[in-house]
Design a protein around this ligand. Sequence first.
Ligand SMILES: *Cc1c(COP(=O)(O)O)cnc(C)c1O
Length: 513
Amino acid sequence: MGSLDENLPLPSIHGFKPLDLGDLREQVHQTVDFIMDYYKNVESFPVLPSVQPGYLRGLLPATPSDKPTTFDAILRDLRRAILPGLTHWTSPNFFAYFPATLSSAALAGDLLASAFNPVAFNWLSSPAATELESLVLDWLAHLLRLPSRFLSSSASTAAHGGGVLHTTTSEAILCTLVAAREAALRRCGGGAAAISRLVAYGSDQTHSTFFKACRIAGFDPAHVRSVPTRSESEFSLEPASLRAAMAADAAAGLVPAYVCATVGTTSSTAVDPVGPISEVAAEFGAWVHVDAAYAGSACVCPEFRQYLDGVERADSVSFSPHKWLLACLDCTCLWVRDTRLLTGPLGTDPEYLKNGPSESGSVVDLKDLQVGVGRRFRALKLWMVIRTYGVANLRAHIRSDVQMAQGFERMVRLDPRFEVVVPRRFALVCFRLRPRGEMGEAWADKENRRLLEMINESGRVYITHTVVGGKYVLRFAVGSTLTEERHVAGAWELITKKADELLGAENNPARNI
Ligand SMILES: *Cc1c(COP(=O)(O)O)cnc(C)c1O
């Protein structure tokens, strides 16, 4: 709680300078030192904190002080109250969910973006922010070998493609869904009431945010399909199943409007075949969005680009460099083949934002391609990441994570107590203790749950789970930026030690050699 020596005297109203350059230098330098210390030590912190809900209220005052507090005291509180309650996403022992990558270039870019603080809703409100965004999205489109229809710089005057940076994939899905909704309503000519006839399609592996976006966009929940996938096809959306669902809906007088295909599903990195799915969708005039939130980053490497094959037939595609391409949260790239389909339903034109360049039609106002109005200068960190490291290093970064995941996969395969449940494609390994005894699957579900608890309670690593094909599975996602091979090896050692404890060491064949 605040003690007297933490408080500074109240300044006179004119003496208060929140952007005093001396303070700025000192506070930012102190902050950088704090960050350096944090990264030096993060490896030794429990990855998952053991605090109880509500823990913070006991550590910080319930009401703010009238008087200013010294920066030192604030940093002490940060160390004392905040760090112990952080889940350390930057820990090299973080293997949960999909990781969130960052880099010194991204941190510097984000700090500069905060320093300039342009709100950048339209071109005039910060021309460089809009133009750098369009340039950097074209760069990334080249890296991913996206077809020219998605480039803003496309030579053809008939082309209206382009990209925009969103906060998250959720925003990209919502905005493209709204665009598809309007396009479908125009096509079926039933007026706004026809929204009750529109249908959107994902698979049972599609991210939950798609189903949420459908609710926000006004789709009838009874008309949002979760097409079942099968383990035989590695949990990818099968074009024949999609066609059957779409044909049944069309025959019932409904209007197929939107298909969400995923390249790298969240559960198990399954890949929906974009080309064949787009062909099916085209039969019914539906919009195809490709959600490559995680795996899109890998497609900067030629050996992974095949997973985007067919994207030239899609209407939109998004991926999140904050998940795997060294840009920090938040940063999602969305490309659409025709930006007018977004600006139609999402555009606004209030008097107080009117200006010459916007009216001339020669510029793009990015507020019209997103949910909000104000927007961060996110292009800066992305541009700085790409320039600082160069494409060769971006590829090396992806390959190094994939190799570490391969190493982990090999170790799992060498231990007969364990199995790899679905084929590894990127840097995620889905594995579990093999079923045993008469109880088989029920035994495996129970023991794998318990094993995960024991692993995470140790605080030494953090991994998460999923259920795929009815099986409770542990997910080991390599990709936290500080992770090295020794951390992966250490994690496997911990996992096998916990398995020994759980099953009895006498059941570990490796011990009997
Ligand atoms: C992470 C993820 C999402 C959700 O992303 P947000 O950016 O948090 O909205 C959606 N789809 C896939 C495939 C993901 O992996």
